[in-house]
Design a protein around this ligand. Structure first.
Ligand code: OFO
Length: 169
């Protein structure tokens, strides 16, 4: 049985995941404008994964016989200055999302909701990967710099990322 408190925080998280999708789409458009199509691809694939994250919570609320409440999605920040600054924003954002997931885990324990506590483990693992992905790219951007030749090579690498539907397991 999900309490109203847990239902509310899960509904909030659907909104945050869709906001994440918006944010990554805004970044993708920025990279596209710069002609960095590989960076644009990477962030667009990430946006699709964020939609999957939101939908997994959507389905969980429905499966638990509770009401999904869709809220207004904020306009994403579009103050982008360079590829490095964008990836620093990504890391900062993903750390924030990790803190939200931690709050869901803590609340589900407080509410003795072990099913939700177990459900949210998938997101805890996912966040470790999300933070690592951003921080690995930051390391490369710092190591090789943002000169044209380095950006060209990283752009080629990021162009290879393919979308795979994220499913709860
Ligand atoms: Fe859904 O993990 Fe990123 O934000």
């Amino acid at each position: 049985m999900i309490s109203d408190k847990v239902k509310n925080i899960l509904n909030e998280q659907i909104n945050k995941e869709f906001y994440s999708a918006y944010l990554y789409l805004a970044m993708s458009a920025y990279f596209d404008d710069m002609g960095l199509y590989g960076f644009a691809n990477w962030t667009k694939v990430q946006a699709r994964e964020e939609v999957d994250h939101g939908m997994i919570i959507f389905d969980y609320i429905v499966d638990r016989d509770k009401t999904v409440e869709l809220k207004q999605i904020d306009v994403p920040d579009t103050d982008f200055k360079s590829p490095l600054q964008v990836f620093e924003k990504i890391l900062e954002h993903e750390r924030y999302v990790t803190s939200l997931i931690d709050s869901i885990a803590n609340l589900s324990m407080d509410e003795c909701d072990l099913a939700t506590r177990n459900f949210i483990n998938w997101y805890l693992k996912e966040q470790v990967e999300e933070e690592k992905n951003a921080s690995d790219i930051i390391t490369k951007l710092k190591l090789f710099g943002e000169e044209k030749a380095s950006l060209y090579l990283l752009n080629e690498e990021l162009a290879k990322r393919k979308y795979h539907k994220h499913e709860y397991s």
